[in-house]
Design a protein around this ligand. Sequence first.
Ligand code: AP5
Length: 221
Amino acid sequence: MKRNLVFLGPPGSGKGTQAAMLARRLGIAHLSTGDMLRNAVSEESELGRQAESYMKRGELVPDHLIIGLIERTIVSGKLRHGFILDGFPRTLPQAESLGDMLSGKGVSLDGAVLFRISDEEVVNRLSGRWSCPKCQATYNYPSNVPRRQGICDHDGMTLRRRPDDEETVVRNRLDVYRSQTKPIEDYYRRESLLTEVRAEGTPEQVFQALLAEVGWVEAAS
Ligand code: AP5
């Protein structure tokens, strides 16, 4: 079974939703660079100050900042029981650095999962996304509503919309994906690591397709 994974796909393709479900099922780490950056912005750290303006515009944060962040996480040993990198790598230099960092630790990547979705479905989903500013849980109207309207199920915080989910910014994020991130699909295809999952359908349907791709076999009861 594959346990060291990267998740690729356009904004709103469900990487975060599926990564949380799979990490829980397999007992592996889920690392989202988007969540790490949003935490840095809300803590007003130096990284957050440097990243915020790029994120608001839907542009990528410079490679050296992100690569440094991942390098510190790999060194910390947090990923040793398996991992899903959600939203990293997003450029060829990031993909190449990841390869070097992992091989330096004697770890290999088992797969790169690409979530396929149309632009219109992305715009539609992101117009209905609400997130918890504290635990980063994500909800959606109408596909995944919290138990109490506008309130996080996990910690009772008031849910918020992400500033980069405004439609013009979403369209820019889609362009940025095509120009800067799509080339790494070919990079992983050449390494025979790329698998594809159709990201439309209910979250549970997508999850079943994902489990098949990672080679999950239900334990006999
Ligand atoms: P990041 O947070 O990674 O944003 P993203 O990749 O654009 O992805 P999203 O979080 O928007 O979507 P997702 O695919 O995780 O979908 P989700 O599961 O939430 O990055 C934000 C910014 O940080 C970037 O723009 C950049 O500035 C910076 N950044 C991050 N990493 C970087 C890097 N490596 N290099 C440089 N810069 C970086 O689902 C979306 C919605 O749809 C939710 O409401 C969800 O409930 C709903 N949903 C999910 N699945 C389904 C389904 N099957 N059916 C219906 N609704 C669904």
